[in-house]
Unconditional design. Structure first.
Lengths: 285, 125
């Protein structure tokens, strides 16, 4: 059963990663051509989308030799996205010969970069996806991957807190009050991390273009990113509570973890408020 | 005949009660900072609105949602406080604390996606 879940997760991530990249490529092409039509960029975008779908298809069929080519194409698209971003914000202009690479808006380049970065992280960092692809190639998948991928399994395997033996009797409705918390904390953390990363990217660019206000955005982004990443700790504690049941030891573990997070969130939010005041009222751009 | 057992009570030790009390404090502080951030976002929105409608309205919306986040966190903090103070009625307050946190993160996810989308759509510099 674990094996099936593992491979199913890998398949879901694999498909969603490629769909995200293809959708982003189509969106970028549509918007870019809707505002400034250009045959070269239309062709470039259409070919890029088709190429991604073809590569996904070959990988899915278990082609052994397509993985390095896929990585090369993703890295190339990331490079093109970064180049377009640098051009769109006016840092370094793209030469006239290669103008078809340019995008009319910076946000289009950011969408493209984010989509390909997500796909690359799925392919390189997710053991679920790697095992799924190995399975499609007909390879022996290492045993470790079946027991270390879902958060529930990681938590269950880790040298966790011993149960106190005192269980709080909760009805189904009462249990539902914390059943979604691990997922919500993880999702909120991921959303904050992406938002923080976005602000960091804008901050770096703004720092070069308009100076000091960019620094405030960079700080804002860094704090948001840190808060997002650290949310994984209470998420893990709540996950242990969900998977092991409402034993008092797990409830207190979740409470301690949340308390530590909120103490840190308070301090960082104060800094964030200071950054906001400085950036908006004292040194407005 | 022995009285029926109180099903709403949880037998926390003194140390556990202290830990719960320690949770309520930072939650309240976080809610206060969220109110402060909401006020700042609303002020920025009001100042920006006459000259630049879209960013101003976005900032106002962010301010309102941040304020709601502060309110939900404050409610959760009160429940955590009641958990410590109201002996014999711990279970409902524990459930309410968790429910408040679930609501808090649901709103935070919506707010995060909204702010991210606005950041991508409008060029911030």
């Amino acid at each position: 059963m674990n094996r099936e879940i593992q491979l199913e997760n890998g398949e879901k991530l694999f498909v969603s990663g490629f769909i995200t990249a293809a959708a982003a490529e189509s969106l970028v092409t549509l918007v870019a051509n809707g505002t400034h039509f250009n045959w070269y960029s239309t062709l470039n975008g259409a070919l890029g989308t088709i190429l991604m779908l073809l590569l996904a298809d070959r990988l899915y069929r278990g082609d052994r030799y397509i993985a390095p080519i896929t990585l090369f194409v993703i890295l190339m698209q990331l490079g093109l996205g970064l180049r377009a971003l640098v051009d769109a914000v006016g840092l370094v202009k793209i030469p006239e010969t290669f103008e078809f690479m340019a995008l009319p808006f910076a946000w289009l380049a950011v969408v493209k970069i984010l989509a390909y970065a997500i796909l690359l992280s799925f392919l390189l960092c997710s053991t679920s996806v790697q095992d799924f692809l190995a399975w499609r190639r007909g390879e022996q998948v290492p045993e470790r991957s079946y027991s270390t991928n879902t958060v529930e399994e990681v938590t269950a395997q880790a040298p966790s807190i011993p149960p106190s033996g005192v269980t709080i009797s909760l009805s189904e409705k009462e249990t539902a009050s914390y059943a979604n918390l691990p997922w919500l904390l993880q999702t909120a953390g991921a959303v904050l991390a992406v938002l923080g990363l976005l602000r960091v990217v804008y901050g770096i660019l703004a720092l070069k273009l308009i100076g000091l206000p960019g620094l405030f955005m960079l700080l804002d982004g860094t704090i948001t990113l840190v808060l997002g990443l650290l949310l994984g700790l209470p998420a893990a504690a709540c996950n242990l509570l969900k998977s092991e049941g409402p034993d008092l030891a797990y409830v207190m573990n979740a409470v301690r973890s949340l308390k530590s997070y909120y103490s840190l969130q308070f301090l960082l939010s104060i800094v964030l408020a200071g950054v906001l005041v400085l950036g908006q009222f004292i040194w407005p751009r | 005949m022995a009285p029926p057992a109180n099903t709403e009570a949880i037998d926390f030790s003194e140390e556990q009660r202290q830990t719960l009390a320690d949770l309520a404090g930072p939650m309240r502080l976080v809610s206060m900072v969220l109110f402060l951030l909401a006020l700042l976002r609303l002020s920025i929105g009001l100042l920006t609105l006459p000259s630049n409608f879209f960013p101003g309205a976005a900032s106002l919306l962010e301010g309102v949602l941040t304020g709601v986040l502060g309110l939900v966190m404050l409610t959760g903090s009160d429940d955590a406080q009641f958990l410590v103070k109201q002996k014999g009625n711990e279970k409902p307050h524990l459930v309410h604390t968790f429910s408040s946190l679930s609501t808090f993160y649901q709103i935070q996810i919506v707010l995060g996606i909204l702010v991210g989308a606005l950041l991508v759509i409008q060029r911030p510099f």
